[in-house]
Design a protein around this ligand. Sequence first.
Ligand code: DGJ
Length: 728
Amino acid sequence: MGIHYDDNGRMFKLDTDHTTYLMGLTPEGYLGHVYYGKKIKQFGGAYRLRMQEAPFTPSVNKREKSSFLDFFPMEYPTGGIGDYRESCLNVRNEQGCMGAELLYVSHVIEKGKPGLPGLPASFGSEDEVETLRIVCRDEILGLEAELMYSVFAAEDVITRSVKISNQGRENLRLEKVYSACLDMDHRDFEMITLHGSWARERHIQRRSIGYGKQMVSSFKGESGHQEHPFLALVTPDTTQEHGEVYAMNFVYSGNFIAQAELTQFHQIRMVMGIHSEEFCWKLAPGETFVAPEAVMVYSSEGLGKMTRSFHDFYRNHMIRSPYKYKSRPVLINNWEATYFDFNTEKLLAIAREAKANGIEMLVMDDGWFGKRNLDDSSLGDWEVNEEKITGGLAELVRQVNEIGLQFGIWFEPEMISPDSNLYRRHPDWAIQIQGRENTQSRAQYVLDLSRKEVRDYAYECVAKILRSAPIAYVKWDMNRQLSNLGSAKLEPDRQQELFHRYVLGLYEMQERLVTEFPDLLLENCSGGGARFDPGMLYYSPQIWCSDDTDAVERLRIQEGTAMIYPISAMGAHVSDCPNHAVGRTTPFETRGHVALAGTFGYELDITKISPEDRAQIPEQVAMYHKYNDLVREGDYYRIASYSRNHMFDCYGVVRKDKEEALFTYVQVMNRPNYHSRRIFFKGLDPEKLYQIEGEEGTYTGDVLMKAGYLVQNLWGDYKARLIHVVKA
Ligand code: DGJ
């Protein structure tokens, strides 16, 4: 299998199908990083630890220990004793001093992969994954660190996480516990990250790396719109097909840091973990802290290979939902159709028209409960507003089902409005700093999910509704970031645990939900796509990608998202025009083609759109069903990027057996007086004979990929074409 230990050389070797990861031990027991990259057959390479070079290892030269620590490629660096680069673990003792030093004690190699208590974590059978646990210790503190590496050979993925246990006699304070570190010699790497804002999430950013630290992070309590828990270091020539890529992605939905640090000796240290700002965990004797998982991918074949490794990995080993390999019902959501202004009559009118056009589910969005007719009240009062929903929720669900649609519903369970019965009863349930005016965002506060009674209440509100009627789908929203961190229940020396305890509380609630309602289709959401991360994928097979449903803006958003996440996970809908986020009008057909690269659904008032647009819906629904198996399970290839060329976009999905492919071409801007545009398909079998649906002639994959395919100019801007390639 994939993990080996060489007792003579004291080295660990982790092999996936195409990659090798090597670690070595110094005579004292420091665990050093030797190599990560293309597969190497034999053990070896310990010289890369440079133990023969001055200042030698500490046992030989105690005098220069700090020079050693500040240079040695450390697998899991600790702070306070002389490694001045970014540390992964900072521990303060009862005297108030910070310092720890981890030395190897033992290791175990086992088949399979254990879960992480309370946290989302990848999984796999004993044939699919193998795990190495390396136990290291700081004798002075009585602190044990278990470094866990799991090897998913077929996907070329190695995951990492860390367990810190206090086996000593005094309380310890963990001021920083990152999940992964990668120390390498710098090779003019560039870094790729994702940045954004509300309505423009996950745009790709590529930049060169200078001396010092460069990072992306969040301390908003969620992974966030702005930066993303993802970092890739790439060699300068890297494209979709070529170049070396070292990527990390964090399986966590709260504060994070992803950082590259270029040091004085031209080494690069890449780290990922929970952000240390406003984090401090009190670890009493006997207690253990578990850091979330980081996913590492190395590709020697460019970004495309990295993407496909992540996609396969998340599909096979992170998403648990029974829907992951199933077509999801085509839904229509009333948010952009009505906002808060709806009632039973309007919803049923939408449902009837939707049914007549082949749509399969109605989702009732925000505004059905309490007295919520705007976004300024009632979060926490999860009782249906019978003035809007006459006869109650169960009756509405019955009527919608009778029309022939499934029913879905929106919740925002983590929140509390100052104007709510819940807040009037339990003002202390909101996260807040005593004596300081609490900060509102979208006129709401955040519930203190670190408290069990609060979680129980919020969970029961959702569960009670789901038990009351046949509800097939839930959209779980979260519309503000955390601030004014304070919990009425936590001890003063545990207040800095709140950010993490909040995320653990959220995970606990979602775990309860998917356990009690195993057939529920859950879609996570956060003011658009502010919590689109692998942690949430563990609970929901799809996540709302962005509140920007404009077909052109979506090209950028979906390109960045699909660089890491399977497109079957991207919530994407056809909405009305002029688009509500940008005011742009694009053809209905283009909106459909762009939404096809996602979960596919509608977000418009079907009773009000033009008859010409409406007439396209049955065809689009049929198109979704025709292609969804391919879109959901195929291999994704990026062919051209509108974000880079500002003219057109092209991507494709290819069936695993390479017998079928679908390429989407979007001509954002037309050009006058040009001939057709040549695009080069990817991922086909060079030997196989293909034909393009609706066209004459056959071509080998080789020709289509090397000589290319000519897309005729389309008349007008914002035009799109689907090119369906099938085996001849
Ligand atoms: C933000 C979501 O992204 C929207 O789709 C919608 O559900 C609103 N919240 C409702 O408040």
